[in-house]
Design a protein around this ligand. Structure first.
Ligand SMILES: Nc1ncnc2c1ncn2[C@@H]1O[C@H](COP(=O)(O)OP(=O)(O)OP(=O)(O)O)[C@@H](O)[C@H]1O
Length: 441
């Protein structure tokens, strides 16, 4: 066992029982160490798969990392599914350690690659920058900013494809109500930080990501950093005065298109800095027309994201409808009830979506009471929730109560509640009394 492994014998036992064998350290960041790992699926032990395992020891990390950044990273990791984002195979926690198993990138990270092999050719930089940008576009469309884009976080597979990694500083840039939020925390590495971050004012994570992409592009083409980051004040001056140039060694051989694009990304004015879509459709990317098309995996990721978004929106809508119905009921005062009752009787009031559904279910039930089986309790609750004596047509209201009464056990209390609602709503005291007597007997 290599001595740079930080697992205890009991952790090893657990890992081994699940088929994981940590082998050697691949790299390390501020609060995590990453290990090459063999994985033998206990169900198929003949097959050995190589993975990378990021081990985060929360007992050695600062509080704000454990309380704020780590939960965000874990939450975001499970939501991402893109061919240019490192695939997460499994995550588990044991005491104070988190183990994140992910695809192993055989050719290390982009910084190691550049240090070893020198500046990246313009054609290869175009392929890689496009892959980074597609991953970032995917995240930005999900309203997530990466906030730590750098060469060390772009991993290279055995086929020389790039995969974005390390979402330790990533965050959602809209809140639960859909309002855009700015960041105030200084994140990431100084060399890749946008001037607005250095200024210490609230900044937009997505816009700052583009600056970092500009720095990555510059480093790939030059095997050098665009700015001297030895002194923050100086760095800020260089950034805001656009004091950077391509190295003499490469300047003549690089296209005008790539030089312009670098400038659009390293634009100190946030209102003028390019958006991710502009990079992906830029003249420079178009110099290789194949790169303007998405491959099958890239298209599939977009489709999958759209489907998940649709599902999420549907869920939110359903929740909203439920609350609306409940609120509507709560908000009804006697006068409004009288008014609605009058409208209903004169067939003027349109049934809301939920009530309509309840009526549909009830109709089916009415037609085939003995054989009718509800798919789940959801429908039963739907009917219960729609049992608004004011909005439901009279005959269906009676039917609802009959239905609720027919379901023994689970909904019995609900029946009583409904009957009470009738009483409170003063729909018909006479009727409510009868119902109460009938259902509580
Ligand atoms: N899937 C992987 N395959 C190969 N090497 C990897 C993999 N994931 C990470 N590494 C290596 O481990 C290093 C550290 O990983 P990572 O950036 O995720 O850790 P971190 O603690 O979050 O880093 P930082 O302090 O920069 O935020 C990477 O720069 C890379 O060299």
């Amino acid at each position: 066992m290599s001595k740079d492994l930080i697992t205890t014998p009991s952790e090893e036992l657990v890992l081994n029982s699940r088929g994981y064998h940590l082998l050697k350290k691949l790299g390390e960041g501020s609060y995590a160490k990453v290990y090459l790992t063999d994985f033998k699926n206990p169900k198929d032990p003949d097959k050995v798969m190589q993975l990378a395992c990021k081990v985060i020891d929360t007992s050695k990390a600062p509080k704000d990392f454990v309380k704020k950044f780590l939960p965000r990273e874990l939450d975001i990791l499970v939501k991402l599914n893109h061919p240019h984002i490192v695939h997460i195979q499994n995550i588990f926690q044991r005491r104070n350690k988190y183990f994140i198993f992910m695809r192993f990138a055989e050719n290390g990270d982009l910084l190691e690659f550049i240090v070893k092999k020198g500046a990246v050719s313009e054609a290869q930089s175009r392929v890689w920058l496009r892959q980074i940008c597609l991953a970032v576009q995917y995240m930005h469309e999900m309203e997530i900013a990466h906030r730590d884009l750098k060469c060390e976080n772009a991993l290279i597979t055995n086929n020389y494809n790039l995969k974005l990694a390390d979402f330790g500083f990533s965050r959602f840039v809209i809140d639960a109500s859909g309002k855009r939020v700015t960041s105030e925390t200084y994140c990431g590495s100084l060399s890749y930080a946008a001037p607005e971050i250095l200024r210490g004012i609230p900044y937009h994570g997505k816009i700052a990501d583009i600056w970092s992409i500009g720095v990555i592009l510059y480093i790939m083409l030059n095997k050098a950093m665009p700015f001297d980051d030895g002194n923050i004040k100086k760095l800020y001056e260089q950034q805001t005065n656009k004091r950077w140039r391509f190295r003499a060694k490469v300047a003549d051989s690089l296209s005008e298109q790539v030089k312009k694009l670098t400038g659009h990304c390293l634009e100190p004015d946030v209102t003028k800095r390019w958006k991710i879509e502009q990079i992906l459709t830029s003249d420079w990317i178009a110099m290789d027309p194949r790169l303007l098309e998405l491959n099958a995996a890239e298209k599939a990721a977009i489709k999958d994201k759209a489907e998940r978004k649709k599902k999420k929106e549907k869920k939110i809508k359903e929740k909203e409808t439920k609350t609306e119905v409940e609120e509507e009921y709560k908000g009804l005062n006697k006068q409004r009830i009288k008014h609605l009752k009058h409208e209903k009787n004169s067939h003027q009031v349109a049934m809301d979506k939920k009530t309509k559904l309840a009526v549909e279910y009830l109709t089916l039930w009415k037609e085939d009471k003995t054989n009718w089986k509800f798919k789940s309790l959801r429908e039963s609750f739907l009917i219960y929730n729609s049992c608004n004596p004011v909005l439901l047509p009279d005959d269906y209201f009676d039917l609802t109560l009959e239905y609720l009464c027919s379901i023994k056990g689970v909904l019995r209390n609900k029946v009583v509640e409904v009957a009470k609602k009738v009483k409170e709503g003063d729909v018909s005291l006479q009727r409510a009394k009868l119902i109460l007597e009938k259902f509580t007997e």
